[in-house]
Design a protein around this ligand. Structure first.
Ligand code: UD1
Ligand code: UDP
Length: 422
């Protein structure tokens, strides 16, 4: 290779191949987790100039992820306000994102999933006729009010995108059924890339496991862990009161312990601390960074959640999941038998949780590790597509994961707890 100066001296013209300028825009915890492996892969690609804009829709919950994955934002916007409404957030995002597009003039914008940050970023790029790539395209419940507003957000994004990175064959079929303009390919979900990186880091480092476990000094040997997360807007009010009612009832069981890292949304934090704060058997803790949360998922016997990302991660870890929603846009793990919808009625949540703690055969059937959401290569497929290289679709069961098991299998959660309480 000759440097530009040397080449000029020798009378050779150095041709600089222009790099593709990609601006990734994201703003919340799950987007950051799922974009982290992708922006790392973009940065490692010589043909790409990768820029990151974080919108600040989330602050502390996003910073945790940036720090963990060592990501440096090129643009940090500051849109979050306490108790933000969908419309105030949307307006703030348009005003904040547009100057970044004006300044950077990217060849392409990448957004992820279905948040308001992603929807506004895609529309702002569309208004400037900048091509949009949608990572995690094609998820659908078919009900625009559930999840709300995410189902509408993801539809808007898919309409405006010319590259649709569908995580599964089912999501690709949803897109094809809508006859959208964008080109679609099946990549697997980048959340599995992030989970593999993180779980492997935990599994190969006993000292790190010890340090992470010190964050859970309250866990007791001999009690199986029910891990809970919940934050969906459509569950605010009655829904959360019902979820809390169910957890109060379940907390009476002396053979289980409940851990709930509580989302910082005041509509969640308020009712949850008010309703459950006095229970010794319910540990309400601050949102964990991703490393600690993956470790806690490894310890769980059962996971109860309304989160999208957790529904995708837990099956890879072999953890049964009960989903507090009536519909899900992630039907693959339901079909595989590791995820079951229980809605938000207290009776249904209680029955679902009790069944998994009391029926060993049921627990064994639903705790098989399955990988319907990815093989850890989604980010590379996306980068290859952007570079115009041929890419094979992710097909469940066809592409064998090359990674080690995502957790050290132990027959009993009891042993797992003993290893850090002793
Ligand atoms: C948002 C997304 C949702 C995603 C979720 C992931 C929308 C409309 N909602 O919901 O799709 O599943 O993130 O967690 O895009 N807050 C803090 N600190 C933080 C984060 C939030 O204090 O780090 C509080 C603020 O008071 C903020 C409120 O939470 O106003 C709500 O945040 P917002 O992003 O509007 O909604 P989420 O419920 O977090
Ligand atoms: N998560 C985390 N810390 C926590 C709870 C969840 O890192 O205390 C991770 C979780 O593993 C998943 C993502 O955050 O990858 C899910 O985010 P959230 O539930 O906020 O949003 P959703 O997935 O519902 O959009």
């Amino acid at each position: 290779m000759c440097g530009a100066e040397n080449c000029a001296r020798k009378g050779v013209i150095a041709i600089q191949i222009p790099r593709i300028k990609i601006l990734s825009i994201f703003g919340t915890r799950p987007e950051a987790i799922k974009m982290a492996p992708l922006v790392k892969a973009l940065a490692a690609e010589p043909g790409i100039e990768s820029l990151i804009c974080v919108t600040g829709q989330h602050q502390s919950m996003l910073k945790q992820v940036l720090d963990l994955f060592d990501l440096k934002a090129d643009f940090t916007l500051d849109v979050m306000t306490p108790h933000q409404t969908l419309n105030s957030l949307t307006a703030a995002l348009y005003s904040a994102i547009d100057p970044v597009l004006e300044q950077t003039r990217p060849d392409r914008v990448l957004v992820h999933g279905d948040t308001t940050s992603a929807m506004v970023a895609s529309m702002a790029a569309f208004h400037r006729r900048i091509p949009v790539g949608h990572v995690e395209a094609g998820l659908r419940t078919g009900d625009i009010y559930s999840p709300w507003p995410e189902e509408m957000n993801r539809r808007c994004i898919d309409l405006s995108a010319d590259l649709l990175f569908a995580p599964t064959g089912q999501s690709r079929d949803n897109l094809l059924g809508e006859r959208l303009q964008g080109h679609c390919l099946v990549t697997g979900n980048t959340v599995i890339d992030a989970l593999q990186l993180t779980a492997q880091r935990i599994n190969k480092d006993a000292q790190l496991r010890g340090e992470l476990d010190q964050q859970f000094p309250f866990l007791q040997t001999g009690r199986k862990l029910l891990l809970v997360t919940g934050h969906r807007r459509e569950n605010f009010g009655e829904g959360f009161l019902d979820i809390c009612k169910a957890l109060r009832h379940l907390a009476q069981r002396t053979d289980i312990q409940i851990v709930y890292p509580v989302h910082l949304n005041p509509n969640v934090l308020g009712p949850v601390t008010e309703q459950l704060g006095d229970l010794l058997n319910v540990h309400l803790i601050k949102p964990l960074d991703y490393l600690a949360f993956v470790r806690l998922m490894q310890h769980a016997h059962v996971i109860l959640t309304d989160s999208g990302g957790v529904q995708e991660e837990a099956p890879s870890l072999g953890k049964p999941v009960l989903v507090m929603r009536d519909v899900t846009e992630r039907p693959e793990a339901v079909a595989a038998g590791t995820v079951r919808l229980v809605g938000t009625s207290p009776a249904s949540i209680i029955a679902g949780v009790n069944a998994l703690f009391d029926d060993v055969a049921l627990w064994r059937r639903t705790s098989q590790a399955v990988n319907p959401y990815g093989d850890g290569k989604a980010s590379q497929r996306i980068v290859d597509t952007l570079m115009g290289r041929p890419v094979d679709d992710f097909v469940v069961g066809q592409v064998q994961p090359t990674h080690a098991p995502l957790h050290t299998p132990l027959s009993e959660p009891r042993e797992l707890l003993a290893d850090f309480t002793s």
